[in-house]
Design a protein around this ligand. Structure first.
Ligand SMILES: Cc1cc2nc3c(=O)[nH]c(=O)nc-3n(C[C@H](O)[C@H](O)[C@H](O)COP(=O)(O)OP(=O)(O)OC[C@H]3O[C@@H](n4cnc5c(N)ncnc54)[C@H](O)[C@@H]3O)c2cc1C
Length: 460
């Protein structure tokens, strides 16, 4: 009996995919240049099936690559080294909502937007909101420690994970944490595993903390003539007004042009050097309106061209449209695009953007920068617009190295939220100190000496 038959016995014939055409979606994530067709994909429906499937693969010496919904941007879910894909997409149920404790236990394949809608219908809030929330899974979010625009005020995925169920590479099951906030019972295994990008375990269950849904919200779009004026406003909103917006995002001029081209609509204040997108939230409308007035007045003092306020959901959608589509818009605007997801201290954003602008001139490429002005996480998209992408692709290592040395000079880091996967692996060794790298490798070797789980990623 071969591996395929063993897996079919575990999950049923319909849930072992072997047709090469049907396997294509499982060969890549959203970093579309990196692809590899797996020999098969298996879609288990329960933690027990995950364990059995992993044991069967191990018995046949075939590695396993876990997959949520394939929206990753670092090639993390690309099956390498002959590995089969273990897709968690069918395990997408809410297991328990506990209103009294303010927690929810879910399966890993649940789409994050569905989680949002479900808890918000009960007056509760799960604030982590990656821009891909309509298509990414909560398991993928835990595996990458995903962030999102609301990270400034509300934190990232790890800040909401109270407990995990996970299958280790050798098939052992661990269950760590639970429906309690505090836990100092030995090493914090749940948090050591968050962000492992499927290289140390498969998450099969997740318990999350929920908070009350803030009932009042205002969204503002504020154009500035220059990015440095916008950056000054960011620092003053936080440090002088002492207001922490739920969201404090920016888009530079190139991003605005790219979004306009993709939507075929002129953006308000199309000539602006930068736009800030701000969301304020709180317990009552009056309090949020007061904050809105203070933020608006300060921005006008600092040279804002206008302060546009969304008064309803339609207007809110319109204000956010450009920011939401920027990833796709950058792809549409170029024959090849390279996106870095760097993080710097937020005070360094103007210097980062100035140095990237100079780099763009040196390499003769537009560089679109947008992202999270409040927390310093900037998405840097280098756009290649000539027909033939080959010369650009051949020079990518040199360009990326330049971007990363700019980031290093500003005290930043190479990945704020997308992770390392296979795409940024080669830069990790250059980035981390020898002792950190050795410790990461030792951890991987201890749990997975044969590189069975998500092979050739992060440190292998
Ligand atoms: C348009 C767009 C916008 C985005 N915006 C954001 C953003 O704002 N913030 C952000 O952080 N990211 C963002 N991303 C990146 C991506 O959505 C996140 O990394 C997300 O967490 C991936 O979830 P997924 O379910 O698609 O995981 P996948 O892409 O399937 O997998 C990602 C990694 O996690 C591992 N994995 C998945 N599920 C499990 C599991 N159950 N157990 C163990 N390992 C697992 C995989 O092996 C892989 O290494 C964006 C992507 C796109 C395309």
């Amino acid at each position: 009996m071969g591996l395929q038959t063993s897996l079919e016995d575990i999950v049923g014939k319909d849930y072992v995919i072997t047709d090469p055409q049907a396997l294509v979606p499982y060969s890549h994530d959203e970093y579309l240049r990196h692809r590899n067709l797996p020999p098969l994909a298996i879609l288990p429906d329960s933690p027990a099936e995950v364990v059995e499937a992993m044991k069967a693969c191990r018995a046949y010496g075939v590695p396993v690559t876990p997959r949520g919904r394939g929206t990753g941007l670092a090639g993390g879910a690309v099956p390498l080294n002959g590995s089969v894909v273990l897709s968690l997409e069918r395990m997408n149920r809410v297991k328990e909502l506990d209103l009294e404790d303010g927690t929810i236990s879910v399966e890993p394949g649940l789409i994050v937007e569905a989680l949002h809608h479900y808890v918000e219908s009960k007056g509760l809030f799960y604030p982590v909101d990656p821009a891909s929330l309509d298509s990414c899974s909560i398991g993928g979010n835990v595996a990458t420690n995903a962030g999102g625009p609301r990270a400034l005020k509300y934190g990232v995925t790890r800040h909401y994970v109270l407990g995990i169920d996970a299958v280790l590479p050798d098939g052992r099951v661990i269950s760590h944490g639970g429906k309690y906030i505090k836990n100092t019972t030995g090493y914090d295994l749940a948090h050591a595993l968050i962000g492992n990008e499927g290289t140390l375990c498969v998450f099969t269950g997740i318990t999350l903390k929920l908070i009350p849904l803030p009932p009042a919200q205002r969204d503002l779009l504020i154009p500035f003539s220059t990015m440095s004026d916008a950056a000054r406003a960011v620092v003053k909103i936080l440090n002088q007004l002492r207001i922490v917006p739920a969201v404090l995002e920016f888009m530079d001029k190139t991003s605005i042009k790219v979004a306009e081209a993709a939507t075929d609509k002129p953006f308000p204040h199309t000539d602006a050097g930068a736009h800030l997108l701000i969301q304020l939230d709180g317990l009552d409308e009056e309090e949020v309106d007061k904050q809105m007035i203070r933020v608006g007045e300060l921005c006008m003092e600092l040279g804002a061209q206008d302060v546009m306020v969304a008064l309803n959901d339609t207007m809110r959608d319109r204000l956010w449209e450009a920011r939401r589509i920027l990833h796709e818009a950058c792809n549409a605007a170029s024959s090849a695009v390279e996106m870095q997801d760097v993080s710097v201290p937020r005070s360094q954003i103007p210097r980062l953007l100035a140095e990237l602008e100079a780099l763009g001139k040196r390499i003769d490429k537009p560089i679109a920068c947008f992202g999270h002005a409040g927390d310093g996480n900037v998405h840097v998209s280098i756009l290649h617009q000539d027909e033939d992408p080959e010369p650009f692709l051949a020079s990518l290592d040199r360009i990326n190295t330049e971007v990363l040395s700019i980031v290093a000079g500003l005290g930043g880091t190479i990945s704020g939220e997308h992770g390392i996967g296979s795409v940024k692996k080669k830069y990790l060794e250059r980035w981390l100190g020898d002792n950190e790298m050795a410790l990461m490798k030792a951890l991987k070797r201890m749990l997975d000496p044969e590189d069975f789980l998500n092979p050739q990623k992060i440190v292998c």
